[in-house]
Design a protein around this ligand. Sequence first.
Ligand code: ACM
Length: 540
Amino acid sequence: MLRDFIMTAFFLSGAIVQAQDLPKSVSIIPQPVEIISSSGAFDLRTNTSISFSSKEVLPSAVYLSDYLGRYLGYPLAVKREKVTPKQTIRLINQKNGQISGGYRLEVTPDGITINGNDDAGVFYGVQTLIQLLPIRAGIMPVVPALTVRDYPRFAYRGMHLDVVRHFFPVSFIKQYIDYLALHKMNYFHWHLTDDQGWRIQMKCRPELTEVGSYREGEIEGLYPGVYTPLPYGGYYTHEHVKEIVAYAAERYITVIPEIDIPGHCMAVLATYPQFSTTPDEAKKCALTWGIFNKENNVLAPTPEVFEFLKDVFSEICDLFPASYIHVGGDECAKRWWQASDQTQRFMKEQGLKDEKALQSYFIHYVQQVVNAKGKTLIGWDEILEGGISPDCIVMNWRTTPHAVKAIKTGHRVIMTPSAYTYLNIKESRSQSELAFPGLLPLEKVYKFDVIPDSLTVAEASQVWGGQGCLWTEYVSTPWKAEYCLFPRLSALAENLWSAPECKSWERFVQKMEQQYQRYDLWGARYSEAFFRVQDILRKR
Ligand code: ACM
């Protein structure tokens, strides 16, 4: 936390230097703090090795060797070496207590050295080095001599994925995490439950996946959608979760699970209709998109429901090593509580003045469960509506005034305003694929100002970072998810990593020419709207 404040204060002091006279081949996304070019170059050969200073740095060394082997055709040997000969890429964790994720990368004709402030810094230095290499396989690279000094603007750089509306296999979740790592992102927000399905094994309640992970049909078309009666579903076991969490950790990415309550709960109510305000009616996982449909009930405040929440959130806290758990808390249809005598009685007994206060009661209850496990609660910005304790982190998905309210009431905030960061929104009007209405072009993502300008310096330091979201109502396959991500993930990453003084839209557009070749190298699908942006810029 203290580091976050220091980081923001440093940036606000304006102590940023930008590089001049770089070789054209130097195209790093996100833009580093400083790049200084020098004379000469380092020739990588097949006998070049990767050395590491301590065992904590080994995953970065292995990652680099794997990347070189997989994409460029020359895996290099990884060695622990005390005395480093020439022809070595040296990875060193300086453990110097400076900004987490910061690093210094030095390329000289004799070798390459990456000094990280910590392990994550070494890993980000490796990501930068990867971007200095040629993009085509088979050529042994010549890396221009230079020094990069770099550190992130924000400590939280996240990307979300909804695996409920459509389910994605473990292999794609890993691929998604790889894409985040290649962009120096460090949080993966995994949206695991919603009206259309429950996607995580619960050993305390096995019925949740037996019943709640399947819906009767594939839902097709724009909201509200129609369904084809063909069972659709899937879920992740504890073993899958452990595999994914470990994979992410090797890439310095923390996985934050989201269990969305007290609305967005039809998969729970399909399993336990008695947990709703209409306990006698059988229920199904939602068969349309949208939350405020007449069928979509919410959790009722009963002892059984609170017992359920305690069991589920305790198991989630034990399964995920992250210090943060996401409770959802968005878009709860309060009319169900208004129409329920039993709920109204509960509110009276507890002295809750309205349904917003009841929503807070639910969130506060889960917060206590999560806090007892030593973890911190995150929720969408609706959790503020009935008041919530200051140590909850607010994820702002609506407009700036909601974020400002959260900040002014003492909360840390993650900025993910839908108008700028929901990558499921169409990127270009000419895209024919089904997508969320609206328009979110690359330039709009790039120019999104993460810190609202009405904030004081002290208030700005409460902005922990930002996040992109990918809701998957209209994203039914991995390739379409990639199509939504790219190229906008690259803009988002630069927004979250690079200080405003280091950013330039014109330079970003130039850098994207190489970035598209990297997408090709990774086999990632992308939207071509960018090429139209380029045409427009050329004509100016
Ligand atoms: C949200 O988009 N309902 C968080």
